[in-house]
Design a protein around this ligand. Structure first.
Ligand code: B12
Length: 214
């Protein structure tokens, strides 16, 4: 089977919430030694995004969405394992501290960004979701991060990205870090308004921009 066919199958597996198909597709791609980044971004991610739109339009119920989110997380974790085992993480391009901000539990997109950054040679500290601004700043200081990446999927939690940037400025730490922001409601305009260094629409762009920021 071609990679293109497997990507389509990966998309369908999420849209149909077919767990077995999702894992079979991944196994087939691993066996064929296909590019798993492509399978993630052009396959599973597309399915998750389409399902998200269906949910927003009231065509999919919350329990189904949560089930698909679980499948997506298992798949992302397995792909990340494969990438770390492979040659992707051999060199360190820089150090990034990533999280989903306080009050927000949406971590699928953040997880994909972390997986691709690791594959791109970054050392990534994934702090998880619903993370307190103090914890983000403390971790960046502790590990000497180059990049702080913050994901927010709710309009109510986007403001926490600003809180962290303001905190860095007030403490005289702002120049030490490149701050990247993202998540579905975030725009380049918002990034500019709050004084972030960079906004990315998707994970592949996030890795590319992270590389140019350092
Ligand atoms: C899946 C989902 C959930 C899952 C989350 C599971 C999980 N573990 O993440 C569950 C069911 C738990 C959930 C809960 C809720 N959700 Co919800 N959820 C979604 C949904 C459908 C998809 C999000 C997703 O995973 N997309 C797929 C990923 C791959 O895309 P992504 O996150 O955008 O990430 C990509 C880019 O944005 C970028 N990126 C992401 N982060 C970052 C960070 C950086 C630094 C960079 C550079 C780039 C980057 O790269 C990623 C990969 O390409 C969206 C709808 C949507 N269309 O977005 C609603 C949505 C975000 N949820 C919404 C809401 C309201 C909620 C709830 C409040 C519902 C409720 N009433 O309880 C709760 C929130 C609880 C909380 N405190 O957080 C609203 C938000 C509305 C708003 N304007 O604020 C949305 C938009 C749905 C809607 N239209 O109503 N949700």
């Amino acid at each position: 089977m071609t990679l293109e066919t497997l990507c389509q199958q990966a998309t369908n597996s999420l849209l149909d919430m077919d767990e077995d198909l999702a894992y079979e597709t991944l196994d087939a791609a691993i066996a064929a030694e296909y590019n798993l980044t492509e399978l993630l971004t052009n396959g599973y991610s597309v399915g998750m995004q389409e399902l998200g739109e269906q949910f927003s339009a009231g065509e999919v119920f919350l329990p189904d969405l949560m089930y698909a989110a679980e499948i997506m997380q298992t798949v992302s974790a397995r792909i990340e394992e494969q990438m770390v085992d492979g040659d992707g993480a051999a060199e360190t391009s820089g150090t990034a501290v990533f999280c989903t901000v306080q009050g927000d539990v949406h971590d699928i997109g953040k997880g994909i960004c972390c997986a691709l950054l690791k594959a791109g040679g970054f050392k990534v500290y994934d702090l998880g979701r619903d993370v307190d601004p103090e914890v983000i700043v403390a971790k960046a200081e502790e590990v000497g991060a180059d990049i702080i990446g913050m994901s927010a999927l709710l309009t109510t939690t986007m403001t926490v990205q600003k809180t962290v940037i303001d905190m860095l400025t007030e403490r005289g730490l702002r120049e030490k870090y490149k701050v990247m922001v993202g998540g579905a409601p975030v725009t380049s305009r918002w990034a500019e308004k709050i004084g972030a260094d960079c906004y990315s629409e998707d994970a592949a762009d996030c890795v590319e921009k992270a590389g140019t920021l350092i």
